[in-house]
Design a protein around this ligand. Structure first.
Ligand code: BGC
Length: 759
């Protein structure tokens, strides 16, 4: 009798196609970007979406497993630490009468791969009709959101025709990618990174069933097993492999953790592991789903964004953060930028505060390194690394090879200082979104004080009576070493003001905590006076006559370039114009004053927000994926919904449409966070005041309905906007009563009594 360990339905993608990303066939030029899109991750492990059976590494970057925090200096990237790949635990080779099965077009007439975003897993389905047997191959893979150490691979073979001797060998590939092998036994391997000394352990258990009967494996080496049998038409073969990985400073501890996780999983069996994982995803979706009716492409883009955002974070590990490509590719060496603090935190603060907290604790642990960086440059306080790896030390490579093959020095690590204010901005957002007093007292306040202290020293008083911040790089990295970048300066002043607010708050609420922290940091009244002076006198570049911020001193005098003349270009503007001319021109790499408008709309009095947008938008070349989402957000707030939708679609296309060459290096997680921001803060017009949620919807004309959930100060709020009826419903799904302001009208919101109001 035939019995099956896993039901066939496990291999069936979700029935609702809006939850799926499906790619069929084979295109060697798109394999690498598909691997990025179809990556699975749980914030600890990340696995690129490679095909199940590949022949070597001809076209694609290796299918790699990334482990958060596994950084080491390799000699590449100018000697800075980069994220190392772990061994690829999905390797399977299948031979029939000695002929190897490979997922390539000549042998596989149809191949379909689905990223099932609802369930958080990747499925594939293909028929193979070369060689002595004809078979259908279905696969499933996941890294568990329930138990982050775990990966599961399942393969189901239906033998359609042919009798042959078949061998299935499951092994690891890339066991020595920059790591030193410490131990290898049949079920466990351990490694150590060469310089940073981090231990990694991997343990696995694999099983094969033929028509429901478990076949004993022939083991051929560490984490390597093989089975040989004779096929017959109608046969069902099921392969399953569970792996567990652990990272630790100590090899034995890593091994013990990995073994324990595997043991727990084996007790739950594959079906239990899949069930637990799906339940964890359901929980995430309950908090973070955004529904759009009337625009299926936007719906898919927002699901894709939330899928990768939910995949990227790990609330249980505050020693790691999220790199610019999350755990989906090797670009930027896994480094953490301001992307996390500015573009990712809003999503986490309002859908997954525990994940946001862990990301901020990572910044708190990085304070010592940030203080050392400030000191080394002659400043006080904390200057965060522009690019950080594990400990928070500066990890920006000293140089790069430009598109024209010149070796270029990279100055961002030395001069892109706004990151310190961005970190403070993230702290403040989290604090105001959650009211997490313990965090503010134990960690957030210290970050705010040390970054404020940095800015007060960095903004130097000059004879004109102002304080100036000279020699920086703002978000627009085309212009290096500028004075008084408006974004930097205004964010710096804001950072100092929030630190002063926190001083007052602590003095009033936690006098003991204030006296301990202020004496530990050596903060006294005269320094606070310096802060007050700095916040009041930092040059902002704002001209009340025109209502414009000058992006940096001298920007208005640079050469204007008509970017519309370059519409349709496929390379960034600095490549089109050359580096020197770009630096002499008003061409901007990415949202800079517009980024300020997105983050601090209140510093744009009257109609000056619109004026600045109209001035800077045509000057922006969008040379970073971070640019279009903030333009979408600002345009939506200004009521320019068509333009906003255009920027929204451009952002969505970055990872979904292969419009840039860089997708193979990993998803642009900051842009995906920005897509969520554009939707919630832009189209829905969400803002939070001291009293509660404010909503001013401005949906694109095709979006008939927009619905989402938000967390705010211990409450869960369900929001639904119906465009045709021009009505908003807000429900309080959890937590105490509050107030919601829809356009100009305030409404009390109580449990069980949703607000339904016109807008
Ligand atoms: C952008 C930075 C960004 C980095 C990582 C650069 O191209 O200019 O703002 O932080 O990419 O995403």
């Amino acid at each position: 009798m035939t019995s099956s360990a896993f039901p066939e339905t496990m291999f069936a993608p979700s029935a609702d196609p809006t939850w799926l990303l499906t790619e069929e066939g084979y295109d060697p030029l798109r394999e690498s970007s598909r691997e990025t899109r179809f990556a699975i991750s749980n914030g600890f492990l990340g696995v690129r979406g490679e095909r199940a059976f590949t022949r070597g590494r001809r076209w694609t970057t290796p299918a790699r497993t990334y482990v958060a925090g596994l950084f080491d200096r390799t000699g590449e990237a100018g000697g800075v630490p980069v994220l190392l790949p772990a061994a690829d635990w999905l390797q399977v080779q299948l031979h029939a009468n000695g002929i190897r099965f490979v997922d390539e077009p000549a042998d596989v007439p149809s191949h379909r791969m689905d990223l099932d975003m609802r369930r958080g897993l990747v499925l594939s389905d293909c028929f193979h009709d070369a060689g002595p047997v004809r078979l259908r191959v279905r696969t499933l893979r996941l890294v568990s959101l329930h138990e982050r150490a775990l990966g599961l691979q399942m393969i189901r073979l239906n033998i359609l025709e042919g009798e042959a001797t078949v061998t299935l060998e499951a092994s690891l590939e890339g066991i020595d990618h920059g790591l030193t092998l410490l131990t290898g036994s049949p079920d466990l391997m351990t490694w150590r990174t060469r310089r940073s000394g981090i231990a990694l352990a991997m343990t696995a258990g694999a099983a094969l069933k033929i028509d429901g009967r478990t076949e004993p494996p022939g083991e051929t080496g560490p984490l390597r097993s093989s089975w040989t049998w004779t096929t017959r038409p109608g046969q069902v073969v099921e392969f399953e492999r569970l792996v567990s990985l652990a990272r630790s400073p100590d090899g034995a501890a890593a091994a013990a953790t990995a073994r324990a996780a595997l043991k727990r999983a084996q007790g739950r069996r594959a079906r239990g592991v899949v069930g637990d994982h799906q339940a964890a995803w359901s929980e995430r979706w309950a908090h973070s789903e955004v529904e759009v009716d009337g625009d299926p492409a936007a719906q898919r883009a927002l699901r894709f964004a939330a899928y990768h955002l939910n995949s990227a974070a790990n609330p249980d590990d505050e020693r790691v953060s999220i790199g610019a490509r999350a755990l989906t590719g090797s670009d930027y060496g896994g480094h953490v930028f301001w992307d996390t603090d500015i573009y990712l935190l809003p999503f986490y603060c309002h859908t997954w505060p525990e994940a946001a907290r862990a990301l901020l604790m990572y910044r708190h642990h990085g304070l010592e390194a940030a203080r050392a960086k400030a000191r080394a440059q002659g400043w006080s306080g904390a200057l965060y690394a522009w690019e950080a790896a594990s400990g928070g030390e500066e990890a920006t490579p000293p140089s790069t090879v430009a598109p024209d093959r010149q070796v270029l020095g990279i100055l961002t690590g030395l001069r892109e200082h706004h990151v310190s204010a961005d970190v403070a901005y993230g702290v403040w957002r989290y604090w105001t979104a959650t009211g997490d007093e313990e965090f503010l007292r134990e960690a957030g306040a210290e970050i705010l004080f040390e970054t404020a202290r940095f800015w007060a020293s960095r903004a130097v008083p000059e004879p004109d009576g102002r304080r100036h911040i000279r020699g920086v790089i703002g978000p627009d990295e085309y212009h290096e070493t500028v004075d008084d970048n408006a974004f930097t300066n205004v964010m710096a002043a804001w950072n100092i003001q929030r630190a002063l607010d926190t001083v007052e708050l602590m003095r009033g609420r936690w006098p003991q905590g204030w006296s301990e922290l202020s004496s530990r940091l050596g903060l006294d009244e005269s320094e606070l006076d310096q802060w007050r002076d700095a916040a009041a006198r930092i040059a902002t570049g704002y001209d009340p006559q025109t209502g414009l911020y000058e992006q940096f001193a001298g920007f208005f005098g640079l050469e204007p370039v008509d970017l519309s003349a370059y519409a349709g270009r496929s390379v960034p503007m600095d490549v089109v114009l050359g580096r020197e001319r770009t630096q002499r021109s008003q061409v901007i790499k990415q949202a800079d004053v517009v980024a300020l408008l997105a983050l601090l709309p209140d510093v744009f009095p009257g109609g000056s927000g619109k004026r600045n947008f109209l001035y800077y938008e045509p000057r922006c070349g969008h040379g970073s994926s971070l640019s279009s989402p903030l333009h979408a957000l600002v345009a939506a707030r200004l009521g320019e919904t068509d333009k906003a939708l255009d920027y929204f679609s451009r952002t969505a296309a970055i990872d979904l449409s292969d419009t840039t060459a860089a997708v193979g290096g990993g998803v642009h997680i900051g842009a995906l966070g920005g897509l969520w921001m554009a939707t919630v803060f832009g189209f829905a017009g969400v803002a939070f005041g001291e009293d509660g949620l404010h909503l001013s919807p401005r949906l694109p004309s095709g979006w008939t309905r927009l619905a989402f959930t938000l967390q705010w100060r211990g409450r869960r709020l369900g929001c639904e906007i119906l465009q045709t009826a021009r009505r908003v419903t807000v429900s309080l799904d959890d937590g105490p009563s509050t107030v919601v302001q829809i356009e100009a009208t305030r409404h009390p919101l109580e449990p069980g009594r949703p607000i339904n109001a016109a807008y």
